[in-house]
Each structure stands twice: as C-alpha cells, then as structure tokens.
Design a binder for this molecule. Structure first.
Ligand SMILES: [Zn+2]
Length: 294
C-alpha cells in the first residue's frame, strides 16, 4: 500500500481525481460525472469516489485537497454560494468528508490551486508575486505573494469573472449585469458556436474571419485582456500568468490579447517591469498546487 494525498478537482459537470505520493503526482487522473453529486447527498458521494479510487490503486489516503469552483466560506470548509451544484451550499464538506474518510480534508479555490501549481512547477516557478487569470467555463483570478494566495476578508477574493466590464446590460450567471463573464468566458463561446454552427473547439480557427463572429471574438479577447490589465494595475505583480482551456484553444488570438493588455498597463510601472507568461501545466497544475497543502 502506498501513502498518498488525493486531489479532487470539482467541476460543474465532472470531478477529477488524482493523487500525490512520495514519487510525485499521479500520471493519469480519473474523471467522473457529477450528476450523482447533484442528485444525492454530496459528502457520501465524494467519500465513495475517493474510497473507490484509493482501493483500485492500493493507496492509503493521508489527506484530501478539493479544488472548488464555488465561493467558499472564510475558513475554506464549505460553500457559501455554488450556482452549478446548489446542493453543496452550506454543507460542511471538509469536516463531513474528514469524518467519513478518517483523514484531514481541506478545500481551496480551484483557481488558487492552479496558480499555486504553476508557481511550484510551471511557468511562474518561484516568483515573488504573480497575478493569474484562468479562462475556462468561467473566469477566475488569483494573486500569490511568495506562493501564498491573497484571500480578502471573505476567503473568496479576486472574482475577476465578476468585475464590471461594459454597460450593455448582459445578465451574468451570478445575477448581476455587465460582469466580464456575461461577455467573455467559455460559456459565451459555446453559445456563439451553437448559433453559427461551428464546433466550439474550432471557434477561433474558423470564427476569426467569420463576418459576424469575427468582431465578437475580437471584443471577447479585448475584454479578457482588459480584465487582466485591471488586476495587474491594482497588484503590480512581477509576473502575470494566463491559463485555462479557452486561452489554450487552437488559434486563440494571443497577439491581440497581449497588445490590448500592455496598452492598458500603467507606465512606466508595472508596464516596464512585468513579464506576461502562459500556463504550461494545464489542468494538472492543481495536482502540483496541492503538493504544499497535503
Ligand atoms: Zn457575475
């Protein structure tokens, strides 16, 4: 039996399990649909998945870290708001799972885990300060100083997806209007892809020259770049890091993104001192990020 920490990435539609042992992060991760989680009792559902995962691999689970896509409470033990998986709200996830599995369990914002992973083993290795933006289904922001995340008074600071970006009245999933996510995130791309009949994975490849979609994708890119510039102008980090499924899609207009981003930075600093880097570890960054927590 191998002693290992289990890392869970809790997404809207799937949860992914991986583990960390003395040999390092697991090579492959297991992806499970979260339908059962939405229908049933969440602690029992997750505990069973962890036990099955450990049994198949002959692991002795020494701790669990869960990367959560929702707004956690200040102690990082439960969800304050979880629009995608509403039955997690108010559930004492950390203590309940800890009792069920007999080991320490802690939650962390999924975005923090990703950036901590890039800081430990990826594109932002060891830098003193880094501001990260990850664009997937939604948009998340985070800031690390010497590897430690800035949390604000609530534990859930840096909701970059919900900064106001335009004034056209588009409604965001959070209930507010004109949030960044109402204009620029993976969900928006999925809607546009359906509208024009292009596979979402090829939306930049086929869409940038499309007469109506092209300009929208340009504005989409600029909105994301402005949001990152806002974060960088506020925090003045040494490095800004961009990652997530959307920016890793084929033909994502990186050049346009970089141009808009630097055009909005305050000069001479942070404009002349900042390095902009792209994430290198993909979703596996959370495994590396959890290494310091288990
Ligand atoms: Zn919002």
């Amino acid at each position: 039996m191998t002693a290992a920490g289990v890392v869970i990435d809790l997404g809207g539609t799937h949860l992914r399990l991986g583990h960390l042992s003395a040999q390092g992060p697991s090579a492959a991760e297991e992806k499970i649909k979260t339908e059962g989680l939405r229908r049933g009792e969440p602690i029992g559902f997750i505990a069973q998945r962890v036990q099955d995962y450990a049994q198949t691999r002959n692991l002795m689970v020494t701790g669990v870290v869960i990367g959560v896509p929702f707004t956690p409470n200040h102690d990082l033990t439960a969800a304050v708001s979880s629009p995608n998986i509403p039955n997690l709200e108010g559930v004492p996830l950390a203590s309940g799972l800890s009792a069920a599995l007999g080991c320490p369990v802690r939650l962390e914002r999924d975005i923090n885990l990703l950036l901590m992973g890039e800081w430990r083993a990826g594109a932002a290795q060891g830098v003193g300060s880094v501001f990260g933006m990850f664009v997937g289904t939604g948009v998340g922001g985070c800031y690390l100083e010497n590897g430690a995340p800035f949390r604000g008074s609530t534990g859930a600071a840096l909701e970059l997806g919900h900064i106001p970006i335009r004034s056209e009245g588009a409604v965001c999933g959070c209930g507010n209007v004109d949030c960044l996510e109402a204009y620029a995130c993976g969900r928006v791309l999925e809607r546009w892809a359906d509208e024009v009949g292009v596979p979402v994975g090829k939306i930049f490849t086929e869409g940038l020259t499309h007469p109506t979609l092209g300009p929208r994708l340009g504005a989409f890119t600029d909105d994301l770049a402005r949001a990152l510039a806002t974060g960088v102008n506020l925090f003045h980090p040494e490095v800004a890091l961009v990652g997530g499924g959307v920016t890793e899609m084929p033909d994502f207009p990186k050049e346009r993104f970089v141009g808009t981003f630097f055009a909005h930075l305050r000069r001479p600093v942070p404009s002349e001192t900042l390095s902009l880097v792209w994430a290198t570890l993909g979703s596996r960054a959370s495994l590396y990020g959890a290494a310091g927590l288990i």
